[in-house]
Design a protein around this ligand. Sequence first.
Ligand code: C5P
Length: 302
Amino acid sequence: MRDGIRVAAPCKINFHLCVMDRRNDGFHNLESVFQALSFGDELRFESLKDRFVCDLRMPGSVPPEQNIVQKAVTLFREQTRFDRGLRITVEKRIPLGAGLGGGSSNGAATLWALDKMAGTELPERVLRGMAEKLGSDVPFFLSGATAFVGGRGEIVEPLDLSFGPLWVVLVNPAIHSDTKRAFSLLDASREGKRKPASLPLGKDTLEKALREKPSRWPFFNDFLPVLVQFSEEAVSGLYRRCLEDLRSIGADFVSLSGSGSTCFGVFDDQKRAEGAVAKLSETWNFVRLTFPLARKGFTVVE
Ligand code: C5P
């Protein structure tokens, strides 16, 4: 049992995101490469005397019952006998509706931290089961680092890669992207053109490609052309400009994370990445220089 713990909850990007068929349960099968980054939120968990209380302190306007941190606490209490009162303070840095998995990371960090605080030491499969209930992207964050992700997100196969130093520049074009809506837009675009779902590249190809220079990556994100073409004009324009800015500044690989809205550029040279951040910050409000995390799981902040 521990009285308190502080956890770093990283964001993620999708180096690759192929959306395949729509399943009977309404979810889509994916083939993706998820990568946790050095940028993220911080969650502080403290014990309170009153049993079952959960005092959640987090900036923003998400109602408590819809907050994934609150949902994770409720789920954990239901599945264990953990009844201790809690104060949870979230230092929020990851923008919402940005495709960076901020909510999912917070949810996974909460399950992980409560397991430590309660001293329950739940088997990984039990934590994963809870994570799946919280959302499609949540299981990834229990493993972290670089992972091949399949199914609707529940298949997570960590990849042991030691690719050379890379820098990732995140640019958010101040668009709030709704995941459900983005999937509907994708479905509609496919139905209209009778275009089949994308063909996956296969895990072996993805893994091999990750060892190549980013300028040679064959990765794509199926949401990207759809959001650029079929969003309202103002939104399309923002995506176009953001992606073009990243390309023209010399990023080795440019793509979109998740179902939007954050665009990113991968650089294999630190100086070029730093130069890009300085230049892009003249136009865009949210620009961050980050790097891929190599360490799996969550980090306790001392
Ligand atoms: O699981 P999560 O709550 O993050 O999913 C939000 C929405 O995104 C789902 O309701 C579904 O419409 C869509 N989704 C999907 N296929 C996935 C993940 C999410 O269609 N693999």
